[in-house]
Ligand binder design. Structure first.
Ligand code: EPU
Length: 342
């Protein structure tokens, strides 16, 4: 007998502390966990009252108040090989898969492309939204397509990677498709040919310490570096980098470089621009390790703000503004928040 039961779970007035990595204690009016795309489509066909927001792992969000609408959480957990060529293997993962479980799976299957993105907290569905990146790689390099429900038409749409508007921590999902799409699965092109990329920071050295640059060793090296610098959200609430590295005109970067010769300056995607290291500037502005009551700036990576226990979203936001002000006053540079403030 076919099972026609709805595969959704609805929660009224749920506590959000266990659903956001800052562990901020707010509530939402309603939260819906959905598994099948049909159920998601049906929810929008019936009419989804505003406001609504997709809450994946809650790793890039700061709740500063109770959420007055509906939070939608994908819970589908599948990882499937959908095509196999001699070198390229196409893998589809559902939005609810824990990101690092996918990386682990790819490494176990000897598939290259995701290993530098090991241990990034969050779900697969969030990866394309911010074009997650670390250790010289960005997820856009492996994304073949993104499956989403268009909430305007209630149709499922497949968007090719080239049409996702990917940039540094940027995508179309943050702009033209903001509030108009729910990502349900992501398809990746992975490679069987070894393609080690260890030129970022300490990665080569850390990998060498473990042996050859195998997939497994690169993953372990990335995990070791992350564990040494970034707080574990399970132990101390945080959302990874709270700020984005700012892009400035090359002339601004050159002036700053003249004043601060050891300041890191990177190439930017745009012509005539440079990217600066927000973490370095926060550090040099004297804010690294700064403690303000129940919140603080992490003492090993200044881009990360932490909830030292029981903080509200408002307290984190106040600290974020203080950090922005310190960088502005010292360097004349604006640093934008990467985390979504709700
Ligand atoms: N730096 C300092 N002090 C600090 C932090 C950084 O001096 O407190 C300096 C470092 O020494 C280095 C430069 O700033 O010269 C860059 O630091 P790092 O290599 O740690 O990288 P990041 O630019 O601060 C970005 C990502 C991280 C990612 C790392 C490693 C952003 C917003 N953040 O940080 O991503 O793990 O590169 O690839 O682009 C995240 O998004 O949540 C995240 C952790």
């Amino acid at each position: 007998i076919p099972n026609f039961a709805n595969m959704i779970r609805e929660f009224n007035n749920p506590e959000l502390a266990p659903r956001n990595s800052f562990h901020v204690a707010q509530r939402a009016a309603r939260l819906i966990e959905f598994d099948r795309t049909e159920d998601l489509q049906e929810l929008f066909e019936k009419g989804m009252p505003d406001p609504w927001y997709v809450l994946g792992g809650g790793n890039n969000v700061l709740f500063t108040q109770d959420y007055p609408g509906t939070l939608l959480t994908p819970v589908a957990q599948g990882i499937r090989i959908v095509d196999e060529q001699p070198d390229c293997v196409t893998v589809e993962a559902d939005a609810g898969v824990e990101w690092d479980d996918l990386v682990k799976w790819a490494v176990q299957h000897e598939l290259w492309g995701l290993e530098n993105l090991s241990l990034i907290p969050g779900k697969v569905g969030a990866a394309p939204v911010q074009n997650i990146g670390a250790y010289g790689c960005e997820v856009k390099e492996t994304i073949r397509s993104v499956e989403m429900c268009s909430t305007d038409t209630c149709n499922m749409v497949i968007l090719n990677g080239e049409h996702c508007g990917f940039g540094y921590r940027e995508s179309v999902f943050k702009h033209a498709l903001r509030g108009r799409a729910v990502i349900t699965a992501v398809t990746f092109s992975l490679s069987r040919t070894p393609r080690p990329r260890v030129d970022y920071g300490d990665l080569a050295r850390e990998t060498e310490r473990l042996g050859d640059p195998t997939l497994h060793n690169i993953r372990e090296a990335v995990c070791a570096i992350r564990r040494s610098k970034l707080p574990d959200p399970a132990a101390m609430g945080n959302a990874g980098s709270f700020f984005r590295n700012p892009t400035v005109d090359r002339s601004v970067a050159e002036e700053l470089r003249a004043r601060y010769p050891d300041m890191p300056v990177y190439p930017a995607e745009e012509e005539g621009k440079n990217k600066l290291a927000a973490g370095w500037m926060i550090d040099r502005a004297g804010m690294k390790g700064h403690i303000g009551g129940r919140v603080g700036v992490h003492d090993r990576q200044a881009l990360v703000l932490v909830n030292r226990g029981g903080a509200t979203g408002g307290e984190v936001l106040d600290l974020a503004r203080e950090v922005q002000r310190a960088v502005r006053e010292r360097f004349g540079v604006e640093i934008d928040m990467e985390v979504n403030i709700l």
